[in-house]
Write a protein that binds this ligand. Structure first.
Ligand SMILES: [Zn+2]
Length: 333
């Protein structure tokens, strides 16, 4: 039996007293690390969640915003079971209940949608591209009682979810790939977690090709502009984190030098950097998100299919829009 499976079964059958549980939460929370993978869709975040989840101290369920609009009755967990029949997700319901929260895979209810008029939503989420202004905005959000209550309520549910996953897996570093850019900031502001961010970057031509293939209604021009807009925003991410808590990783480097990159990523997550990842199929994963979660990972292969998917004209168009910015990350025409 795999170690993670046996831990989940043990948790299922030997859930301690509520007093022990509360003590564990108080003792454990201050040591927890939350790592947000900040990136665009189709940039390798699901691959990264599989790779990191193989480490004995790192847990990732992929996108903790959940299934979103997918049908939970048909949704398959990366372990191969329908998510409703997956033992891990069944155990999550019990763990969340012990923390005082209802939980159903149909709606994780963890997404940072705090509601209100559009201007306040933008004020919460957008960047002023200025460290001082961003810090003043965050201080204002913390001091307004109504805003503080909204954040604290959602942060409490997010914390219960993270604690539940960490207890079930016996790990202490949680990695989220939801692309919910407010989560890391909210946890930094309202939780005791050690919050870190991995900024994952992929060649814009690869991202645009995948978006066009999946969402044909978007134009290549628009997808390229959105790539630039998003990564400019993510470059501002360190404004609320110490420099050592922010790391940039290129998808292409992760695929071409996985051992070396994982060593750096493990070090960044403050776990044993010399851990030798096993064949990833030998680790049980319960990951939700991109459909590639179902392919299984035994060989890490760089996906450069954009070279064939995009016509030369499309490649040129993407590069005219995103090339200058992509060059900063080491990409070239
Ligand atoms: Zn599963």
């Amino acid at each position: 039996m795999l170690k993670e499976d046996s831990i989940i079964r043990e948790r299922l059958h030997t859930i301690g007293s509520s007093q022990d549980r509360n003590m564990n939460m108080v003792r454990g929370e201050s040591r927890r690390t939350f790592v947000g993978v900040e990136t665009s869709a189709f940039s390798g975040a699901t691959l990264l969640s599989f790779l990191l989840n193989a480490h004995p101290r790192i847990a990732s369920i992929g996108e903790m915003n959940g299934l979103l609009r997918k049908n939970p009755e048909e949704y398959v967990c990366s372990c191969g079971n329908l998510i409703r029949q997956c033992e891990f997700w069944q155990a999550m319901r019990g763990e969340m209940a012990q923390c005082g929260f209802d939980f159903d895979v149909a709606n994780f209810a963890t997404k940072f949608h705090l509601g209100g008029p559009r201007w306040i939503q933008r004020l919460r989420a957008d960047s002023f591209h200025n460290r001082l202004l961003n810090a003043l905005r965050d201080a204002a959000l913390k001091s307004l009682p109504g805003e503080r209550r909204r954040f604290e309520k959602l942060v409490a549910r997010n914390k219960a979810f993270i604690e539940s996953v960490l207890r079930l897996t016996g790990k202490d570093v949680f990695v989220d790939t939801s692309k919910d850019r407010m989560r890391a900031r909210a946890l930094k502001m309202f939780s005791p977690y050690d919050v870190r961010a991995i900024h994952l970057i992929r060649d814009p031509r690869g991202v645009v090709a995948s978006r066009l293939q999946r969402h044909g209604e978007i134009s290549g021009r628009r997808a390229a502009y959105e790539w630039v807009w998003l990564h400019k925003k993510l470059q501002d991410f360190p404004s609320f984190l110490a420099p050592a808590r922010y790391m940039q990783v290129r998808y292409e480097d992760l695929c071409s030098e996985p051992r070396a990159m994982l060593h750096k990523l493990y070090r960044f997550c403050d776990v044993d950097p010399d851990f030798e990842p096993p064949d990833f199929k030998s680790t049980t994963h319960h990951i939700v998100g991109n459909p590639m979660r179902l392919n299984g990972i035994s060989v890490i292969k760089l996906d450069e299919s954009w070279r064939n998917k995009l016509t030369p004209e499309q490649q040129k168009q993407v590069w005219e829009i995103a090339g200058d910015f992509a060059t900063k990350y080491g990409y070239s025409w």
